[in-house]
Design a protein. Structure first.
Length: 296
């Protein structure tokens, strides 16, 4: 049983017979009759009570008609939704923890106001996990840093971050001078976090290696441990604006070439949609406004 069978069945009922249904559907009568017979054989029950050339719905036919009307209406709704350029439906967006906490509240609020027919679901994770979720069709788009499997995704830069190392306020300068100081403990997210890798690479470029890594699940917990003198962390400088005890931190800026981390909006190639397109335009315009403001 498919939608075309239900459409023919519904037309026969609405038009009061095969002849008028065939005219409405631009089919020959024999084809309509055959399709009704095949539908009855498939279901194993008569859909009509036949009195000569007249057809009356059987009880089973009445039940099927109710379902046919709903299914055909739902199919029309789905067809219109697919062809409608207006964003609507569930939008499954992934983002890194720092991006979700600092960068997204404003744009998401604006997105909700512009597109009230969209229900946004947010998932946080590291770029590797989010990329896999995109490929598994569990997400529609994600905000990540590179590297990603570029052959599989479309991407566009939407945020520029300055990664910095933070330590307790009384910590000496890190990694500078002849007898440079390198903290022995780092605080980071689990493996797969791009900021953890950047900090590990920072140590490696200076022929150093932290002796201990403490894994934590949130930036505020991480910064609280930094304030307590438990170690150092690397994170986007923008995250510090959300931490009320930031005055108890010392910020160590990275040298040119190590002090920029772009955040990309990515989506699977061939899977662009009005929802993704709308977010891409919103974030692109926001980035352009920020750039103009910085030049003033």
């Amino acid at each position: 049983m498919d939608l075309s069978d239900l459409k023919i069945f519904s037309a026969v009922v609405r038009e009061g017979g095969v002849t008028r249904a065939a005219q409405r559907l631009y089919r020959v009568q024999s084809n309509v009759t055959t399709r009704i017979r095949q539908l009855e054989e498939e279901l194993g029950i008569p859909l009509f009570i036949r009195e000569g050339k007249r057809l009356h719905l059987s009880p089973a036919g009445q039940v099927l008609l109710d379902y046919a009307d709903r299914l055909l209406a739902l199919a029309d709704e789905a067809r219109n939704a697919v062809q409608d350029p207006k964003p609507r439906g569930v939008f499954r967006l992934g983002a890194m923890e720092s991006t979700a906490a600092v960068r997204l509240p404003g744009p998401v609020n604006q997105y909700h106001r512009l597109y009230p027919d969209v229900v946004l679901e947010l998932r946080t994770g590291n770029p590797t996990a989010l990329s896999k979720a995109l490929l598994a069709n569990e997400l529609d788009a994600a905000l990540v840093t590179l590297p990603i499997a570029e052959a599989l995704f479309e991407k566009i830069v939407v945020f520029e971050e300055e990664p910095v190392i933070v330590s307790a306020a009384d910590t000496p300068a890190i990694g500078k001078g002849k007898n440079a100081y390198f903290p022995r403990t780092i605080l980071a997210f689990e493996h797969g976090c791009p900021h953890r890798k950047r900090l590990e690479d920072w140590y490696a470029l200076r022929n150093q290696m932290p002796e201990r890594t403490i894994e934590l699940g949130s930036y505020h917990a991480m910064l609280g441990c930094v304030v307590a003198g438990m170690g150092v962390a690397l994170l986007p400088r923008s995250v510090l604006t959300t931490f009320p005890e930031s005055r108890r931190l010392k910020v160590h800026r990275l040298p040119p070439g190590e002090n920029r981390a772009d955040t990309y909006l990515i989506w699977r190639k061939g899977a662009d949609s009005p929802k993704v397109h709308a977010l891409r335009d919103l974030l692109t315009k926001q980035r352009a406004r920020s750039a103009r403001k910085a030049l003033r």
